[in-house]
Design a protein around this ligand. Structure first.
Ligand code: ADP
Ligand code: MG
Length: 452
């Protein structure tokens, strides 16, 4: 149906996103229904469905509108295609040589590195959005569209390897692409400290000019400025000068401003003027989507079970996830063996023998119950007391995020017939995690307990 409409939409999208993005997400999609009230697009799997709902929806709508079609909303449904060849390399793509030599290393900055400090490898395009980072992603997008107006400063915080540097660099790259005249400066707070110390020690000029004449200042890993009072004072002045001139300031840190020890009060209050958002550890679905996208960038298509195996076993952060994937690809390339689940088991099983390989639904229910000092029977009962209902919803959420169970299966694990309760519960906790710090902490703590 409307084959040509969708073909022209795809054609246009192919021009505006990277090849890997197109191949991973758009290639195997299909228009199922073009009635404006029931506009439906089929996508190959649940990961793609999520990416379309969260990330590509507005882009697709914009291209449709250009083609004279304005649906009320788009529904993305999963339609599994015939099985594609496994772990095959596309002929036009080769594994980049640097992956074989130094899998997890970043490229060494060369002299041609632009003075902006930006690395073009970080873009919005190759950033995978999931519930753990969609707020941060949206805020960064908003800032990239209208720097200096909306969220100023924008403060992103979260643990290592969760995508902070990637996102804040993506903002810089996007602005530079759209408005090449904009002066963007990306630095780590260590660079700021060193520059400042040097400027005093050697009475160097130009420090204030360098920092106060930019349009967008991006400071990574702000926690390193903690305890350095003189530098903080200097940063305070830089901040004020830029902010007064409506210049955009973006900051990342491993903790929210209020939790950075020895951050001076006035700097803390400045940081709290704008918007602070945290990036969480990505859930199972997002981890799978990231692996699929990264494998596709290397021209490799992994079997679903291999992707799920990696995503199930590496839950620390995305840097490690990426490292494990690179290790798998490099190893299979060197040995000439398939990058499949048994190779992955061989590689990862070695380093992580202590971790349980398979988490069962029962373990999730038992551990959730124990965490909230309830019995498994209570969690699975029909009781509606609040102190039981929320843990029950969290158990359902974890069954979904960690084991990826279907809703009917989740319902039956908790002794229920109706799976709409499961859908409702999972959605409720997903929302609560975004809005409620306490729930977020509880779920994170519990999730950690599942794997010990
Ligand atoms: P942080 O600055 O929070 O320590 P990084 O931004 O350096 O983390 O991310 C670590 C690695 O993981 C980088 O290679 C980055 O490109 C990748 N990464 C992080 N989040 C995502 C994501 N959502 N999608 C794709 N790649 C990601
Ligand atoms: Mg970083």
């Amino acid at each position: 149906m409307s084959h040509s409409l969708w073909q022209s939409v795809l054609g246009e999208i192919e021009l505006s996103v990277s090849h890997a993005t197109y191949m991973t997400w758009f290639k195997n999609t299909e228009l199922i229904n073009d009635a404006p009230a029931n506009f439906t697009v089929a996508v190959p799997n649940i990961f793609a469905q999520r990416q379309f709902e969260v990330k590509f929806d507005s882009q697709v709508k914009a291209v449709l509108e250009k083609n004279g079609v304005k649906p009320d909303a788009i529904t993305y449904i999963v339609k599994t295609a015939a099985k594609r060849p496994v772990a095959s390399r596309e002929t036009t793509h080769h594994l980049p040589a640097d992956r074989l030599v130094a899998p997890a290393k970043k490229s060494i900055p060369s002299q041609s590195q632009p003075v902006s400090g930006l690395n073009p490898r970080y873009s919005f395009d190759n950033f995978i959005v999931g519930s753990s980072n969609d707020l941060a992603y949206s805020a960064c997008q908003a800032v990239a569209q209208h720097p200096g107006t909306k969220y100023n400063p924008l403060f992103l915080y979260g643990g290592v390897g969760l995508g902070k540097t990637h996102l804040i660099q993506a903002v810089g790259n996007e602005i530079t692409k759209k408005q090449p005249d904009t002066q963007v400066l990306y630095i780590s707070s260590e660079t700021f400290v060193n520059d400042f110390l040097e400027s005093i020690r050697f009475k160097k000029k130009g420090f204030a000019t360098k920092y106060r004449n930019v349009d967008v200042l991006i400071v990574d890993d702000m926690q390193f400025i903690a305890g350095k009072e003189k530098t903080q004072e200097e940063f305070f002045h830089t901040f004020n000068a830029l902010h007064q001139a409506n210049k955009q300031i973006i900051i990342s840190s491993d903790k929210p401003p209020r939790n950075i020890p020895t951050l001076t009060e006035r700097l803390r209050s400045r940081f709290e003027w704008g918007m602070s958002i945290d990036i969480q550890m990505p859930d199972f679905e997002t981890r799978c989507a990231i692996l699929e996208a990264k494998a596709a960038q290397s021209g490799v298509e992994l079997e679903r079970e291999t992707v799920e195996y990696l995503a199930n076993n590496i839950k620390t952060n995305i840097r490690e996830l990426e490292g494990a994937l690179n290790q798998l690809l490099a190893y299979s390339e060197m040995r000439g063996i398939p990058a499949d689940i048994s190779t992955a088991e061989g590689l990862i099983g070695n380093v992580r023998r202590s971790r349980p390989q398979h988490l069962t639904p029962k373990q999730i229910i038992d551990k959730t119950a124990r965490h909230f000092q309830l019995s498994p029977a209570e969690i699975c009962s029909a009781k509606r007391d609040k102190h039981i209902v929320t843990p029950r919803q969290i158990a359902m959420y974890l069954l979904r995020s960690e084991l990826h169970l279907s809703f009917p299966k989740i319902a039956s694990e908790l002794g229920r017939k109706d799976h709409t309760t499961a859908i409702h519960s999972v959605e409720k906790i997903e929302k609560a995690i975004k809005l409620d710090f306490l729930i977020r902490e509880q779920v994170a703590e519990l999730r950690d307990k599942l794997y010990v």
